[in-house]
Write a protein that binds this ligand. Sequence first.
Ligand code: ZN
Length: 303
Amino acid sequence: MPQNDHSPTPQAPRLTRLAPTPSGFLHAGNLLSFAATFALSLRLNANILLRIDDLDRDRLRPEYVADIFDTLEFMDIPWHQGPRSPDDFYTHWSQSLRTESYNSLLNSLREGSHVFACDCSRSQLLNGIYPGTCRHKNIPLDQPGVAWRLKTNPDARIAIRSLGPAIPPMSLPPSMYDFVVRKKNGDPAYQLASVADDLHFGITHAVRGNDLLPSSLGQLYLASLLPPNGFADTIFWHHPLLEGPSGHKLSKSAGDTSIRHMRAQGLSPADICTAIARMSDPHATPQSARELGDWFVQQQRVA
Ligand SMILES: [Zn+2]
């Protein structure tokens, strides 16, 4: 991996992260978020952790894991901690190796009576919102095939530290009411694993799309129920999502915006960075991931 002019400060106490999920090829929106993380890490004197979220084994494909390394190297986006290659990832960094840490948080929630068992199917949700069906059913937590849900309080105000303009304390959005912390198959759910990992690695700054603001609120809520920890000190930046030419949110399903596809068409890293910036600014000319990140951070007036 190239280190050249952006090698880390050895004792930098700040740590941010790139946290891709290997459930698709990286797309322009991912790259913009990574570039912003890179640019901010330089301004904050923070190191970068590469954390690949591979809990969802059903959606993981080896080519998606390989694509993460290929893309970061091609785009010259550095990271200072985390796996150096797919093999290193599977052997030393997979989330499946941190089961103990996830179970320890789950046990702590259980001991504090913060969870209840739920045997509802997805179809029992109302427009994606859990109506509290099993809260008072007292289903044993050890019953096979039940999910564990967090007992959430819709009136609780959650403080969130933010880069840039302050965000007032907010309550959980309905999509996060009684959210799942342990899946029916016994695996930790995304929100729980994300908190456990951020605490484990000591993440101080998290950059993510504003579609993940509900997740951040849920994670802060969850962390407040655990033994004393530093999660509430995490500084977040929820950035706007990149929009395609027609104003649609870009997604992994949009194959033509995958970085892999752009490379296959012969675009250089500079071409790709310029093309991404020009989706929202016809005059932007970033020539590298670092310049793309700087352009975005300035455009959003965050730092
Ligand atoms: Zn239920």
